[in-house]
Design a protein around this ligand. Structure first.
Ligand code: PHE
Length: 359
């Protein structure tokens, strides 16, 4: 037999329940209702003890329990009413929270900017295969099989059977493969092409990546000469780097251009002087050297007058037409832009948003 319970013990338990209810002040009405008045709630658990009371005590116990239940019900329904009245205040004039949006990758931005600059002077943007035959990448560009000039392009070869006339398949080492392809596409001058694409070389360090981008200009028409080349390069420098920017060409050698040049742009930090203006070295009294460029100029790539053999390979008569071409790295050209002193070009291809979001 369970030990009989007295009224005063019941009263103690009722008191304890009231205290617990008071401590649950912060709970919402729904939760209170389940906890106290639910089927297995605290009230029913307590009311079950009525069987343990002497039969003479039961009427009094019933009265006490009924009172407790009425109290709990009243308190919970009051809470429910309060909750229903609490309508949230909304200020419709507060600006919304803008969801984070991405933007184009800096290289994609550079490619569209370069495209727009050349389109303004009548160039057409084209794209050619980035996996192409040896013929377009080397041979048609006046670099016969086994010519040592090919060594400059650290080439990835694709392990497939060679084409009977066009030779092996390679990952394009430069966008110059577009030159003869564009001549074939148009059949005859005038040609004003800007070919931008991915290029591949066996190289990897802080200033070189195995995959990078180049943009290649090609102009072929009657009477095209070096002045047109220099004027185009100057125009690009001003448009891309700002009105102060200058370009210079230095003699160089490429098998597919004659004469050939390397192209430099003036350093935007020291304006081509190699020294920082107004900054005098306290110890020597001399002027500080520009650490960005060292000599005032940055080399960006190659250029030249299209070699007659290349025109011939593209089916164009070199006695009638002449042309110029240039090819530069997009990453290199872009990273020289004001404020972009990138000491590791690989950052551009990382996934670190803290870096990429700055552009
Ligand atoms: N294709 C050359 C390179 O990748 C650059 C170049 C293009 C030079 C066009 C002359 C004319 O280095």
């Amino acid at each position: 037999m369970t030990k009989a319970m007295t009224i005063s013990e019941l009263e103690l338990q009722i008191k304890a329940l009231r205290q617990e209810f008071a401590a649950d002040d912060g709970l919402p009405a729904g939760e209170l209702s389940v906890k106290y008045l639910g089927k297995n709630g605290l009230f029913n658990q307590l009311a079950a003890v009525i069987g343990q009371l002497e039969s003479t005590d039961r009427p009094e116990a019933g009265r006490l329990l009924n009172q407790l239940k009425a109290e709990l019900e009243a308190a919970i329904s009051k809470r429910l009413q309060e909750e229903e009245q609490q309508t949230e205040w909304v200020d419709l004039t507060i600006p919304g929270i803008r969801p984070p949006t991405g933007h184009l990758h800096p290289i994609t931005q550079a490619i569209s900017e370069i495209t727009r600059i050349f389109e303004r002077i009548g160039f057409t943007r084209v794209r050619y295969p980035e996996v192409d035959w040896d013929w377009y990448v080397f041979e048609a560009l006046n670099m016969p099989q086994n010519h040592p000039a090919r060594d400059e392009w650290e080439t990835f070869f694709v392990d497939t059977p060679p084409h009977p006339e066009r030779g092996r398949m390679v990952l394009t080492t430069h966008t110059s493969n577009g030159q003869v392809r564009e001549m074939e596409r148009l059949g005859q001058p005038p040609i004003r092409m800007i070919n931008i694409g991915r290029t591949y070389r066996r190289q990897q360090d802080a200033t070189h990546t195995q995959v990078f981008h180049q943009f290649e200009g090609l102009v072929v028409d009657k009477g095209i000469n070096i002045q047109h080349l220099k004027g185009t390069i100057d125009y690009f420098a001003r448009e891309f780097y700002g009105p102060e920017a200058k370009s210079r060409i230095r003699p160089f050698h490429f098998k597919f251009t004659e004469p050939s040049f390397e192209v430099d742009f003036s350093c935007h930090i020291c304006h081509g002087t190699g020294y920082l203006e107004g900054q005098v070295d306290a110890e020597t009294g001399g002027t500080h050297k520009c650490r960005f460029c060292k000599s005032g100029w940055h080399e960006v790539g190659g250029a030249g007058m299209v070699h007659p053999n290349v025109l011939k390979a593209g089916g164009i008569d070199p006695d009638e037409y002449t042309g110029f071409a240039f090819g530069w790295g997009v990453e290199r050209t872009y990273s020289l832009k004001e404020g972009l002193n990138l000491d590791d070009i690989r950052l551009l291809y990382g996934t670190d948003l803290r870096f990429l979001e700055q552009f």
